[in-house]
Ligand binder design. Structure first.
Ligand code: HEM
Length: 355
């Protein structure tokens, strides 16, 4: 491993961008952008401008003059920063677009097709992404809107996804939040620095400019709510592999209220359990699904991994083939982004891509 790689290892995880290990905020405003230029210098300028704008909106200084001057749109004037974080990413397509294919991170590749997906291309992929998370929906939206403004003429939004988890039960403040199937989401997430080191932060086998960064995968999973609601709670529990109300795994002697029994081999957690990844998912509600007349609602699965080819892809292939959850949720949007490490002082996110 090179000296720079070793230095990168020692510096992590303090070198990661905000919004990854940050205690999860209650609101998500996620946007993917397409670059409207093939000029690498314009991409460089945009990343510099986005880094500056992200710092400005996250600092929470409310400057009336910026509103008067129309530098700021003004909808957060009286609002607290609400723990806003902005995370910037680069899609696999952007590198060839600006003639930097030889600098593409080794794992930055479009995800393969997975059985059962019903993808809407208008909800997939993208050259760039902005993940804004805050404890106030208006603050999160303002961040995304501000970065979209800054990008005008260089990049335009391709798709966006709002999300929420229940305020007051955010991890750390209370209990693990619940998803729209009524189960706790994230109970067995990874948290320890050593686990993050092994599963999340990019290490020596990737481009040096990505060391200490990570890869983000986004999957928009629309839930088939009527089919799910028709199941008995014990049937739902057999699908997930956990008790619904207690949240306990079936073999948990302390918390399982229906008696200790083995976790079903074909349950979601049994199938997912051996792959380590950092999940930071949100519920979503996007109006009505015209075909069914049911809410278009579900889970925006967001996860961070060191190498999607070794972690996410094989897991998703296994889940697509065998997970009983597949009968109750369908993936309608999918994307992957390389998330560079946080910039050094005076630099911008992704600056070393251009060295
Ligand atoms: C609508 C779809 C999904 C729902 C409702 C769902 C729900 C859950 C629930 C309730 C748990 C147990 C609690 C927890 O540790 O979070 C869980 C665990 C997990 N899920 Fe999902 N999930 C979904 C899709 C996915 C997908 C697509 C992946 C990855 C490809 C995934 C990866 C995992 C992993 C890695 C675990 C941890 C297993 C463990 O360590 O025991 N899930 N999920």
């Amino acid at each position: 491993m090179s000296a720079e790689a070793v230095a990168g290892l020692a510096a992590r995880p303090s070198t990661c961008q905000p919004g990854i290990v940050t205690r999860q905020q209650s609101c998500l405003a996620l946007g993917a952008f397409d670059l409207q230029t093939g000029d690498a210098a314009r991409l460089r300028e945009l990343l510099a401008a986005w880094t500056a704008a992200a710092a400005r909106v996250s600092a929470g200084r409310r400057d009336p003059q910026a509103v008067e001057d129309r530098v700021d749109s003004g909808e957060v004037q009286e609002l607290e920063p609400a723990r806003l974080t902005v995370t910037l990413g680069l899609g696999p397509s952007v590198f060839a677009r600006v003639g930097l294919e030889d600098r593409r991170p080794v794992a930055a590749r479009a995800l393969p097709a997975f059985a059962g997906d019903e993808l809407d291309p208008r909800r997939c992929d993208g050259d760039l992404c902005v993940q804004a998370c805050a404890d106030d929906p208006q603050v999160a939206f303002h961040a995304l809107r501000t970065l979209a403004r800054v990008a005008r003429g260089t990049a335009r939004m391709r798709w966006a996804q709002p999300g929420f988890i229940s305020l007051g039960t955010v991890e750390g403040k209370g209990r693990t939040p619940r998803n729209l199937f009524g189960f706790r989401e994230g109970a067995r997430n990874i948290r320890e620095p050593r686990e993050l080191e092994l599963a999340v932060w990019v290490a020596g086998r990737d481009r040096e400019w990505m060391l200490g960064g990570t890869y983000m995968i986004v999957r928009r999973l629309r839930m088939r709510l009527p089919e799910w609601d028709a199941l008995a709670v014990t049937e739902q529990e057999a699908v997930i592999g956990r008790e619904k109300v207690s949240g306990a795994t079936f073999d948990d002697e302390r918390w399982a209220v229906r008696g200790v029994r083995p976790v079903p081999e074909d349950s979601h957690i049994a199938l997912a359990g051996d792959v380590r990844m950092l999940r930071r998912s949100y519920n979503y509600f996007d109006g009505v699904d015209a075909a069914s007349g049911e809410p278009d609602a579900g889970l925006v699965l967001i996860c961070f991994v060191r190498d999607p080819r070794r972690q996410f892809v094989p897991l998703q292939q296994r889940l697509s083939e065998r997970d009983p959850l597949g009968r109750y949720a369908v993936c309608t949007g999918s994307a992957q982004f390389a998330i560079p490490p946080a910039p050094a002082a005076g630099e911008f996110v992704g600056e070393r891509l251009f060295y």
